[in-house]
Design a protein around this ligand. Structure first.
Ligand code: RB5
Length: 152
């Protein structure tokens, strides 16, 4: 599949380890940076990756910062994005099966490269379970996004 990937200064080293790994699994990678230690702002990398996915120009997105938290918050502001912050293999599988997540966030300061590779492998290989239960819940999430309302 085609995967857009982005990172900030605290995540680009892990990105540079994940990119060849994903390529070795046969994926086409669009690397949207960054590639240096100079401090940058994670939304500037989260949004372009999320937009590539939302526009259908990439099948999935992967975002890496120090914790993965800022990237996941920013990506989830883009309509159509379901981004999960994942640091274990169980959640990597579950978030594909239950949430049909289209963007994965990782924290370079949280996971080592070996675990990160296993997480991305599982997350890219696991299909959405589908079914009335999960589809119904995701429809409710999409309705929230469409309504853009905060209930009192
Ligand atoms: C950068 O220091 C750090 O705040 C950022 O990479 C990320 O962890 C934010 O959520």
């Amino acid at each position: 599949m085609k995967i857009a990937i982005g990172a900030d200064h605290a995540g680009y080293r892990l990105k540079d380890e994940i990119v060849p790994f994903l390529q070795s699994l046969g994926h086409e990678i669009e690397d949207l940076g960054c590639d240096c230690d100079q401090s940058v702002d994670y939304p500037d990398y989260a949004v372009p990756v999320a937009e590539r996915v939302a526009q259908g120009k990439a099948d999935r997105g992967i975002l890496i910062c120090g914790t993965g938290i800022g990237m996941s918050i920013a990506a989830n502001k883009v309509p159509g994005i379901r981004c999960a912050l994942v640091h274990d293999m169980f959640s990597a599988k579950a978030t594909r099966e239950h949430n049909d997540t289209n963007v994965l966030a990782l924290g370079e300061r949280v996971v080592g490269p070996g675990l990160a590779q296993e997480i991305v492998r599982i997350w890219t290989e696991t299909p959405f379970s589908g079914g009335e239960r999960h589809v119904g819940r995701l429809n409710k999430v999409m309705q929230l996004e469409a309504a853009n309302v905060i209930h009192p």
